[in-house]
Design a protein around this ligand. Structure first.
Ligand SMILES: Cc1cc2nc3c(=O)[nH]c(=O)nc-3n(C[C@H](O)[C@H](O)[C@H](O)COP(=O)(O)OP(=O)(O)OC[C@H]3O[C@@H](n4cnc5c(N)ncnc54)[C@H](O)[C@@H]3O)c2cc1C
Length: 836
């Protein structure tokens, strides 16, 4: 039946949705079993069959769409926060445009476009930065005046509107119909869809999912896919797989029929007031992302929950409605026909959870869609189908990759407060460097209290509290956010200068560390590393781990400790991902163990021209350049502690990373700080580290390098040991690329004006044409301007010299700022300073 209040499909108990399957018996085997018949499960089934995968079975506990999908508002944007997520969003729009013609099932998809309004200067800057970013992604976005916005959305009051952006490609659909179209397409492609069949248990043997158990029997399978929506967390838990998501109440109201509402009216977003407005069958649908959300289902989702609604909560929604009546005054003259409250899953970082579960093989997850499941439906299903069928996603999807998540995020005590914040952040200001306020302090380094006492302002990465900057005397260690220079600019500048001129101390204890030990340690590491790791004990190797396409899966350092023992050091965020990558490449006959020793060692970075003198004053060991040269590691004594010191740097200066057994770390820290007073030592934070490393053009995995870029494109060809014995994963792809020539290269830029700031995703223009985007940016205090790294793509193989023979500009919030380009790092291009 069609719902009287919102004119969308609404099924009565026992009623079958259109195209629903007749009763079908459960097979004993299927190659792939998908659990959950919402938009994501149906899209995954659709795409698998489109890719020619046979023997796909989708099991739905109740009826298709009966979870969250049936009540979605149906907004379908063509954009998302990052380049690759926008690629997925654009794919969804393309798919929905043709899905009805392809399947014969109406989807209700139209593209009336959307408008986002700004009611203050900072939001306007944010939207304008977004315009540049989207253009560099190939998405249409046009700044328009408040008056022009009102012409497109006549009922809107614009007295307080500073400006608006018009996104002509955005659309809307009927979620139930769209899901049914995907299900129909999947069935036509050969998938079997069986409703009223709950998966009670995932069957696991020898660390691999091998099927599912239902009341109607067991289905053996090669791969099981968890698309169970708000139930996905519990389902994952039954087999020890973390799917950190939590249901929250999510609201909209639908008015009585309202004059001026017609299907072609664009969607309108007023994010400063947490609201979106959409025409819905002649009525107005007003939805919200309120600042503090209401988690729901803390005692579990009721067993019989299907096509379910939650109780109204007018008090909670009232502030949104009050603001809405100011924005759309005619709203106060119509009745509210429907107050809708339904559960949707939200995650700790506002991004969904996609990909192969790291805990067990043959088990994939697609869940936690943070209220964008309909607009993600096409893209996420397509990406997951590739991942399942080919072993890799179609392009880098680290932003939503399940491996970015950590077990602590699945703890209710962490998740519940966090999602009540993360839901609101979807529409709140997306300030540069914005930190979460909830669920903090879960991972603290052993130096935390000392660092805090010294005035650290902490940020959170992978649960770790990390000092981002140290407050100056009289300053509170608290962020004051803006798109301009924030309140920590001067403090961070002083830390930066201290590292360049004297010595700085970084608490790098959050860096992940694994010991790789055993007869075949070298062989395994050499297989995954593109650099040569068969080096003498005591040598340190900077390397990448590549995929078969030559893309960079990991960027890390490998220390050889003994002939059969290595230490691998990588970033905090990559702790689970990199270990999993390494373990996946250990084959049956290899005798090697990988042990994560992150918690066993604190790490103190001592960086700057005075680092050696400071350290020598505390150690009896010979730290001269001759005895202890760059890219080597050895144990030294500091006080009573034996410490692994490594000559390496991420900031471009003479420096040491000191790996200190945790129980000795505080004492070593105290000794260094006390002795450091005579050398001008300063505690330095991660903002300073970022500015120092970008000046030196050191790449950061996840920003400047990813599985989509190769070492040759990233300017890391010096890390490729082409001729090493046994080769390495990705070598063939790299050889092909070397022969054919590379079409994009990582370039460093410095703005020619001192004031504008770079963060990331600002478009790069060459002779006025878009050629790429900034992948990471920061103010460079030594270079005297904002510095950024970014890829320049000239559409075909281009000699390096040609890259530089042009005028460049960077688009900063709509203004084109001249920029100098360099293929060598602008700071200390010969790297002499770190090798003294
Ligand atoms: C008020 C509201 C408005 C929204 N508006 C929008 C919007 O405008 N645009 C947008 O993009 N998104 C919107 N969303 C979000 C969107 O609805 C969801 O992100 C999306 O529907 C999630 O789809 P799913 O397939 O992951 O989950 P679901 O639709 O919940 O599907 C999961 C399915 O798995 C089944 N299942 C669970 N456990 C089992 C089991 N053990 N065995 C078998 N089956 C099982 C369930 O019955 C369910 O049918 C909105 C959400 C809400 C609440």
């Amino acid at each position: 039946m069609v719902c009287v209040s919102c004119s969308r499909w609404r099924l009565e108990p026992g009623e079958m949705p259109p195209n629903s399957s007749a009763v079908m018996s459960l097979p004993a085997h299927a190659r792939i079993v998908i659990v959950g018949g919402g938009i994501i499960g149906c899209s995954t089934a659709y795409h698998l069959t489109r890719m020619g995968v046979r023997d796909v079975l989708l099991l739905e506990r109740k009826q298709l769409t009966s979870g969250t999908t049936w009540h979605a508002a149906g907004l379908v944007r063509s954009t998302l926060y990052t380049q690759n997520l926008t690629r997925l969003a654009k794919y969804t729009v393309d798919l929905y445009t043709r899905l009805e013609a392809e399947t014969g099932q109406a989807t209700g998809f139209i593209q009336p476009g959307s408008i986002s309004i700004a009611t203050n200067a900072e939001r306007w800057q944010e939207l304008m930065r977004g315009v540049g970013m989207l253009r560099s992604f190939g998405v249409e976005a046009h700044p328009i005046s408040p008056r022009e916005a009102q012409v497109k959305w006549p009922l809107m009051q614009i007295d307080d509107v500073v400006g608006a952006i018009w996104y002509p490609q955005d659309g809307k659909c009927n979620p139930i119909d769209t899901c049914m179209a995907l299900a129909k397409g999947a069935r036509v492609g050969g998938a079997r869809i069986i409703e009223n069949t709950k998966v009670d248990r995932i069957l696991v043997e020898n660390g691999r999912a091998v099927g599912v158990k239902t009341a109607a029997g067991v289905v053996h399978a090669e791969i099981v896919v968890n698309c169970a929506g708000i139930w996905a967390r519990e389902l994952g838990r039954t087999v020890g797989v973390d799917v950190p998501l939590q249901a929250c109440e999510h609201f909209y109201v639908v008015t009585d029929p309202m004059e001026g509402m017609h299907p072609d009216l664009p969607v309108m977003r007023d994010m400063d007031h947490c609201a979106y407005y959409k025409e819905d069958a002649g009525k107005l649908l007003l939805g919200a992302f309120e600042r503090r959300a209401k988690p729901w289902g803390l005692d579990g989702i009721p067993e019989d929950f299907a096509f379910g609604e939650l109780p109204e909560d007018f008090n909670h929604f009232a502030p949104i409605l009050d603001d809405a009546m100011k924005r759309v005054p005619s709203l106060s003259r119509v009745g509210i026909r429907k107050f809708f409250n339904g559960p949707e899953s939200f995650t700790a970082d506002g991004r969904y959870v996609l990909g192969p579960a790291p805990e067990i093989d043959g088990f994939f997850v697609a869940a936690g869609f943070n209220s964008i499941g309909i607009q993600s439906g096409g893209g996420a299903g397509m990406a997951l189908a590739h991942w399942i069928a080919e072993g890799n996603p179609p392009f880098d999807l680290w932003d939503v990759d399940i491996r970015r998540l950590f077990p602590h995020q699945n703890a209710t005590s962490f998740l519940v407060p966090r999602v009540s914040e993360s839901l609101g952040l979807l529409y709140d200001m997306h300030w540069p460097f914005r930190q979460y306020e909830t669920s903090r302090g879960v991972r603290r380094t052993v130096l935390h209290d000392r660092i805090a006492a010294a005035g650290a302002c902490f940020g959170e990465v992978a649960g770790w509290e990390r000092p981002n900057w140290f407050a100056l005397p009289g300053q509170a260690p608290r962020y004051a956010y803006s798109y301009g220079r924030q309140n920590w600019f001067e403090a961070s500048r002083q830390e930066h200068v201290a590292v360049r001129e004297r010595v700085g101390l970084f608490d790098q204890s959050c860096f992940a560390k694994y010991v790789v030990k055993g007869r075949d340690a070298m062989r395994v590491l050499n297989r995954v590393s593109c650099n040569e790791v068969d080096v003498a004990p005591g040598q340190v190797v900077y390397t990448q781990w590549l995929n078969a396409r030559g893309g960079i899966e990991s960027d890390l350092t490998v220390f050889r400790l003994r002939p059969d023992e290595y230490m691998v050091v990588t970033s905090a965020m990559s702790q689970l991902r990199d270990r999993r990558h390494l373990e996946r490449h250990i084959v049956e006959d290899d005798r090697v163990a990988v042990v994560d020793v992150t918690s066993g060692f604190a790490m103190i970075g001592l960086m700057g021209p005075c680092a050696r003198d400071l350290l020598s004053s505390l150690s009896e060991d010979d730290l001269s350049n001759e005895a202890f040269p760059f890219a080597t590691t050895c144990e030294i004594g500091i006080g009573a502690a034996r410490v692994r010191a490594t000559r390496i740097t991420y900031v471009g200066e003479l420096g040491y990373e000191l790996m200190v057994p945790t129980e000795f770390a505080s004492a070593v820290f105290d000794l260094v700080v006390e002795a450091g007073a005579s050398y001008g030592l300063r505690l330095a934070g991660y903002h300073a580290m970022n500015s120092l490393r970008i000046e030196k053009a050191y790449r950061h995995w996840g920003h400047d390098i990813s599985p989509d870029e190769t070492p040759l494109e990233a300017g890391l060809g010096f890390c490729v040991a082409w001729e090493k014995k046994g080769g390495f994963i990705g070598r063939e792809a790299l050889l092909r690329q070397r022969d054919e020539g590379i079409r994009q290269r990582l370039v460093q830029f410095i703005l020619e004006e001192a004031d504008p700031l770079l963060y990331h995703d600002e478009p790069i223009l060459r002779e006025g044409h878009h050629v790429g985007r900034i992948t990471s940016g920061m103010y460079g205090h030594s270079l005297g301007g904002a510095v950024g790294l970014g890829y320049v793509d000239l559409g075909g193989p281009v000699p390096a010299a040609e890259i530089l023979s042009a005028q460049y500009q960077i688009d900063v919030a709509g203004r084109r700022v001249g920029a100098r380009a360099s293929l060598k790092s602008l700071y200390d291009p010969g790297s002499a300073r770190s090798r003294v």
